[in-house]
Design a protein. Structure first.
Length: 216
């Protein structure tokens, strides 16, 4: 394999979590008085850390967003994820092959909070591949689209970001990977390939079964 390490985003790359998470968020925003369709909610919030979007929510809800609201969101989100979450199709074989090819030099670098990442990886049976190599944007100075979480993952794996492949699925995530100096693969099953290319993705693909061969 032509990379020293592979850094995977989590939501939308390893697990099909975004519709579940955003359904919970949409319901809670409606309770605050901000009505959105699920598609609108996903357009606004996918790829972002909700802790960074409280000013936007407060502006539309016309009230402050307190810390206890964020905690309630996390609790309701986690309950929904544990009940409904599934893995991205073909991701288990792709991760296994890349993990084996690189002697375990892979990591999960997510903008989400660590607890969410860990419960999701356990739920879909991927935790063994990433245990001890999980990095959260909540634990870096800045979250995506800044490169901090990818820089932290590369440093922990004792390689330069330029020798890493990043696997992402959003413009914000691709932007973060490019800013880190990594070679970015963008997963685009829903047809947003051009936006991902414009953000700087070097390769866009539609099926995780393709990924190991693309990296060789």
């Amino acid at each position: 394999m032509r990379f020293d390490a592979v850094l995977f985003d989590c939501d939308g790359v390893l697990v099909d979590s975004e519709p579940i998470t955003n359904a919970v968020l949409r319901a809670m925003l409606a309770e605050l008085g901000w009505e959105l369709t699920l598609a609108q909610c996903m357009d606004l919030f996918v790829g972002k850390s909700l802790k960074d979007e409280t000013a936007l929510i407060a502006r539309h809800a016309r009230r402050p967003v307190a810390q206890d609201w964020l905690l309630e969101f996390q609790q309701r989100r986690n309950t929904a994820l544990l009940a409904q979450l599934t893995a991205i199709p073909n991701i288990h074989a792709a991760v296994r092959d890349i993990h084996n090819s690189l002697d375990a030099r892979i990591a999960c670098a997510s903008g989400a909070d660590r607890y969410k990442v860990e419960i999701q990886l356990r739920k879909v049976g991927l935790m063994d591949y990433f245990d001890g190599r999980i990095f959260s944007g909540y634990e870096t100075p800045r979250s995506k689209p800044f490169p901090d979480v990818y820089l932290a993952a590369a440093a922990a794996l004792q390689t330069s970001p330029q020798r890493c492949a990043v696997v992402e699925d959003t413009v914000i995530g691709v932007t973060a990977g490019v800013a880190a100096g990594a070679y970015v693969f963008a997963y685009a099953p829903a047809g947003n390939a051009e936006a991902l290319r414009q953000a700087g993705a070097s390769i866009v693909f539609t099926d995780m079964a393709q990924l190991p061969a693309l990296m060789n």
